[in-house]
Design a binder for this molecule. Structure first.
Ligand code: CA
Length: 241
């Protein structure tokens, strides 16, 4: 006799993906592939509805097309960022490198360019979720600097600067932790992109610069004269020692 064991079903924690895409065909393909990988995907063609679903559906990750009929993907991204640090993968047009960089500057975690293969999208989704979920290498660990004026609780994904909690996106957090673990060591942009995104791509230098700019705005008293993340001209960045 087969016995029904509800506990086994409760253990399955389906990650929820919100797909914001107005081209129905593309949205359907994304859902089919994500579904097959065990994700629970929901789609909408509207930026306004996406913002509502961000609250009601509470996704673990958002795949966001930049060109939408109502709000632009950029507006949706900015609005989402005001409310949460949910990972966002931006979907952009193939030719527009500016668009991709812009996406990362306004807080997206990654992007795919159209046309992309559904497999590529699934790989990006997995990779972003893995990084967002805290990561195997991020153990319980606290880093503190400047007489405790900045404290990074790595395990809890929490940063406090002068007693105030600072919210970083998963990529920004990873960038900061990577360099803060080894103050004084110089990291090239190439090295950082590999550590932060997990791969390199055309335009990565400006991507790292964009992440650094965002992190500086959030943690530095004066982002033009940073005390923590220092530029090493012609090479990359280092954390002040
Ligand atoms: Ca579109």
């Amino acid at each position: 006799m087969t016995r029904y064991k509800p506990a086994e079903f409760e253990v399955m924690d389906l990650k929820k993906i919100l797909i914001v895409e107005d081209e129905q065909k593309i949205a359907d393909i994304m859902v089919a592939y994500l579904d097959r990988e065990g994700y629970s995907a929901k789609t909408t063609a509207s930026g306004t509805e996406a913002l509502e679903l961000a609250a009601s559906f509470d996704p673990d990750l958002v795949v966001l097309d930049l060109m939408l009929p109502d709000l632009s993907g950029e507006e949706v991204c900015k609005e989402l960022r005001k409310r949460s640090d949910v990972p966002i993968i931006m979907v952009t047009a193939r030719t527009a490198e500016e668009e991709r960089i812009l996406g990362l500057e306004i807080g997206a975690d990654d992007y795919v360019t159209k046309p992309f293969s559904p497999r590529e999208l699934v790989a990006r989704v997995k990779s972003v979720l893995r990084r967002a979920s805290g990561d195997d290498e991020f153990l319980a660990e606290k880093l503190s600097f400047n007489d405790d004026r900045m404290v990074i609780d790595v395990g809890r994904h929490e940063i406090k600067v002068d007693g105030e909690t600072v919210t970083l996106t998963p990529h920004e957090f990873k960038l900061l932790v990577t360099i803060a673990r080894h103050p004084g060591r110089v990291y090239s942009r190439y090295e950082l992109i590999n550590k932060v995104q997990g791969y390199d791509f055309e335009g990565y230098e400006r991507t790292i610069d964009a992440h650094v700019k965002n992190v500086r705005h959030k943690i530095e008293t004066d982002s033009k004269h940073p005390e923590y993340i220092l530029t090493v001209f012609g090479v990359g960045y280092k954390f002040a020692d």
